[in-house]
Design a binder for this molecule. Structure first.
Ligand code: KG4
Ligand code: ZN
Length: 368
């Protein structure tokens, strides 16, 4: 796109609205986060046990203008000091993506800035790259990237120059989705990952022997639907109605209960189930990450997406001694945010890979 704002700045305003977070951030040089603002819709969707697309679009519309303004203010950055605006163009909920994209286009038009389209999954990978660079341990390529969130579970080979090759992906539920469905089934509300992660250390991970998924065809693909069904069967074989109702009541009175409050309404057998479920998900993720890393001769492993917040996963990855550094982003940059979008846009700014205003939202956008 023709742009007149070709100044010497390397500051990018990132905008992210693909799911249930409205986010904006300013990042300099693809590495320095000057601001990162995230407006979460958890309180809106929590009571429904998952994201309601119509409500998500409405909340994005409400939040987008103040969130972008706050990101610029916190960064102390006038729009004249920006080099470009980056926006998530997919994958995600179309109605949600459209809000961020339309606003990004309007700002680019008004401020005469180039527009950069970013794939959300690439954003998650860049969050890890960016923070590793900040810590002074830049990523060694080829790298293996595991992106596990509520919507995705993918393995990519990442080559020097940031090109991607898909090695494996989930054939059914995403890892985060499995957490969310199990939590909903047991009355723990939404999102499920943080609650199950907080309670898993109180249970015995070997108590319920779930079987690991065996994949026909590509052995690096994932499947979590069998595990979800096994949990469902375990629940149906017991009478858990009383404890489930107690937990639903707890959420109604305390939207975000503490671990102690959950423990008061969760018997040991259920804690054992949660620990066993989490243990199985971690095994599924790490054994395929390890197999694909050795297949491509990876020199580092990057783990991104909301599930990368998981404490059990981080501990297990450290203990596995994979022979190469395993890099995570901080939790705030592992879940959806816009700093990762601005960071992923930086190499595109350098290559002048700009989009024009015909850019469309793509619910199923592929990275590779
Ligand atoms: O990346 P993200 O914010 O949004 C998507 O792109 O989907 O990921 C959200 C997902 C949810 O499914 C949530 O349950 C999961 O990440 N999650 C976790 C943890 N924190 C968030 N899963 C496991 N353990 C956690 N600590
Ligand atoms: Zn995400």
């Amino acid at each position: 796109m023709g742009s007149e704002a070709q100044n010497n700045s390397s500051r990018i305003l990132g905008i992210e609205s693909s799911c249930d977070e409205t986010a904006a951030a300013v990042v300099e040089d693809g590495e320095r986060v000057l601001s990162s603002v995230v407006a979460s819709q958890l309180d809106t969707h929590g009571r429904y046990g998952g994201v309601v697309p119509e409500l998500a679009s409405r909340e994005h519309l409400r939040a987008i203008v103040p969130v972008v303004r706050e990101a610029l203010e916190r960064a102390g950055c006038a729009h004249r000091e920006l080099a470009a605006i980056a926006v998530t163009s997919g994958p995600g909920l179309v109605g949600s993506l459209l809000v961020g994209m339309t606003y990004a286009k309007a700002l680019c038009f008004a401020w005469r800035l180039p527009l950069i389209a970013v794939n959300h999954i690439e954003g998650h990978i860049h969050a890890v790259r960016m923070e590793a660079a900040q810590r002074g341990e830049p990523v060694e390529y080829p790298a293996l990237a595991l992106v596990a969130s509520g919507g995705h579970t993918h393995l990519f080979e990442v080559r020097e120059g940031l090109t991607y090759r898909l090695l494996g992906k989930t054939r059914d539920d995403a890892a985060g989705e499995a957490y969310d469905k199990v939590a909903k089934l047991l009355g723990f509300g939404y999102p499920g990952g943080p609650v199950i992660d907080a309670l898993a250390p109180y249970g015995n991970p070997d108590a319920v022997p779930f079987t690991l998924a065996r994949m026909k065809g590509n052995a690096l693909d994932f499947s979590f639907s069998g595990l979800k069904t096994a949990v469902l069967r375990w629940v149906r074989e017991r009478d858990l109605e009383f404890e489930i109702q107690a937990r639903r009541k707890l959420i109604r009175s305390h939207p975000r209960p503490t671990a102690d409050q959950w423990l008061a309404v969760t018997p040991q057998t259920t804690l054992d189930l949660l620990a066993s479920f989490q243990h199985t998900v971690i095994q599924e993720l790490l054994r395929r990450a390890a197999a694909s890393a050795s297949q491509i001769g990876a020199r580092s492993i990057l783990v991104g997406g909301g599930v990368a917040c998981n404490q059990g996963l981080r501990k297990a990855a450290a203990q596995m001694r994979l022979g190469v550094p395993v890099l995570f982003a901080t939790p705030a940059l592992s879940t959806d945010n816009a700093a990762m979008i601005a960071a992923a846009a930086f190499p595109k700014l350098v290559r002048k890979e700009f989009s024009d205003f015909t850019l469309r939202a793509s619910a199923g956008l592929k990275l590779a």
